[in-house]
Design a protein around this ligand. Structure first.
Ligand SMILES: [Zn+2]
Length: 286
């Protein structure tokens, strides 16, 4: 087993790609441990970051920096032990807590002080709190009394991945990309695509398990579908760059180089040729 981890060479030779710069060791071999989240939270040096409805928690006041090109933004993080102390075993029951825990991996895994990162999706908890705030009956809400999570919801700013990544360190942009992608998948796939039963998070947040024990997805698990896309600059013989405007975009002044999703079995060259041939508004720019 490798004792150290290095980023893929591909991302090191390409220009800065904000969503493909992560250097964390995913430690995939640990994901199957059902107690991994609690074990990692108990370790010194573990950081918890937060995601909610596709948005990332950043320190109070930093959301406004999205509009300033050179401004830096970081993820809001709290020590893992704080979360473990308050949630403990209830972390295993996302239905009860409204929280989904995802183990993102560790840095410096070969050192005596590895630094792990856990992302908490608090979308479900946030919805319960909003529901409670609109509840005028005076009845107590069924919301876990976590000071850490309450403060995260109230005090942190929340920004989108596209707003965050260009202002973030490569390391945190990587964490944010994984946390956002897994979070959105968990919330978009609420039922088993094979049998329609409920699903619950598995493999430390990287998979789902169908609750129906007779379903194949109970033992084989469900994993996020990755949708490959391609983006390419097309230049003609006069050195002009082809730009396209998608009619679905609300801003009529928005143009992009040619890009799109790759279809099943399609090679990348064909995908970009097909996308370039779609009937959109074209423009050539020097
Ligand atoms: Zn199923």
């Amino acid at each position: 087993m490798a004792t150290s981890f290095s980023s893929l060479a591909l991302t090191q030779v390409l220009p800065f790609l904000p969503l493909a710069q992560g250097d964390i060791d995913y430690q995939t071999e640990r994901r199957g441990d059902p107690n991994l989240i609690k074990t990692v939270l108990a370790q010194d040096g573990t950081t918890v970051v937060f995601v909610r409805d596709g948005l990332l928690a950043v320190p109070d006041g930093q959301a406004a920096r999205v509009d300033y090109e050179t401004a830096k933004i970081r993820l809001a993080g709290v020590p893992g032990e704080y979360v473990l102390r308050e949630l403990g075993d209830s972390l295993d029951d996302c239905e009860q807590t409204g929280v989904i825990a995802m183990f993102l991996g560790s840095y410096d895994v070969s050192s005596s002080h590895p630094q792990a990162v856990v992302a908490l999706d608090v979308s479900g908890l946030a919805k319960r709190c909003e529901k409670d705030n609109g509840n005028n009956t005076g009845e107590a809400a069924d919301v876990p009394s976590s000071i850490v999570l309450s403060r995260a919801l109230e005090r942190f700013d929340w920004v989108s991945l596209l707003g965050f990544a260009p202002h973030a360190s490569a390391r945190e942009a990587g964490q944010a990309t994984t946390a956002t992608a897994l979070s959105m998948w968990h919330h978009s796939q609420r039922h088993c695509p094979r049998c329609g039963s409920a699903v619950r998070p598995a493999m430390s947040g990287w998979a789902q398990q169908c609750v129906n024990e007779s379903c194949e997805a109970h033992s084989s698990l469900l994993f996020p579908r990755i949708e490959p896309a391609v983006i390419t600059s097309i230049v003609d013989g006069q050195g002009r760059l082809l730009l396209q405007h998608n009619k679905a975009w609300k801003d009529p002044s928005l143009y992009s180089v040619c890009a799109g999703f790759v279809e099943a079995g399609e090679n990348l060259e064909h995908a970009i040729k097909r996308e370039a041939g779609r009937k959109r508004v074209f423009s050539w720019a020097k």
